[in-house]
Design a protein around this ligand. Structure first.
Ligand SMILES: [Ca+2]
Ligand SMILES: [Ca+2]
Length: 110
C-alpha cells in the first residue's frame, strides 16, 4: 500500500469525479447541460439507472473515435459515485447535489 502524500482524503471517488469533469470539458458542456443529458426522463433528479446509463453512453461515445475512452467506470464504481453524490440519502441525485460535487472537483482541478 502506498501512502497518499498530498491529501489525507485522497480516494477513488475524486478520481471518478475528475473523469466526469474531464468528459464534460471535452464536450464543452456546462454542468447544467451535463445534468440535462443525464436526466433522460426530465424529472429534475438523476436516478441510479439514469446515472449508470449516461456514464455508459458517454463512455461509448468517446471511444467511437478510436481514442481511449475517457470514462472507464465499473457498475460498482458508478454505484459508489451515486451514493457519494446523494448527500441527503433519498436515492437520487438532484441538481444541487450534482453541482456541489462537480463544482468542487472542477475548481480543485484548476
Ligand atoms: Ca430523472
Ligand atoms: Ca439526493
Amino acid at each position: 500500500m502506498r501512502v497518499p502524500s498530498q491529501r489525507a482524503e485522497e480516494n477513488p471517488l475524486s478520481e471518478l469525479l475528475e473523469q466526469l469533469c474531464g468528459v464534460f470539458f471535452t464536450h464543452r458542456w456546462s454542468l447544467k447541460r451535463a445534468f440535462e443529458y443525464f436526466d433522460t426522463n426530465g424529472d429534475g433528479v438523476l436516478s441510479p439507472e439514469e446515472f449508470t446509463h449516461a456514464v455508459e453512453a458517454l463512455g461509448s461515445l468517446d471511444s467511437s473515435g478510436g481514442a481511449k475512452p475517457l470514462l472507464d467506470m465499473s457498475k460498482q464504481q458508478i454505484e459508489r459515485l451515486v451514493s457519494a453524490l446523494d448527500k441527503d440519502g433519498d436515492g437520487y441525485i438532484d441538481y444541487d447535489e450534482f453541482l456541489l460535487a462537480l463544482e468542487a472537483t472542477d475548481s480543485h482541478e484548476l
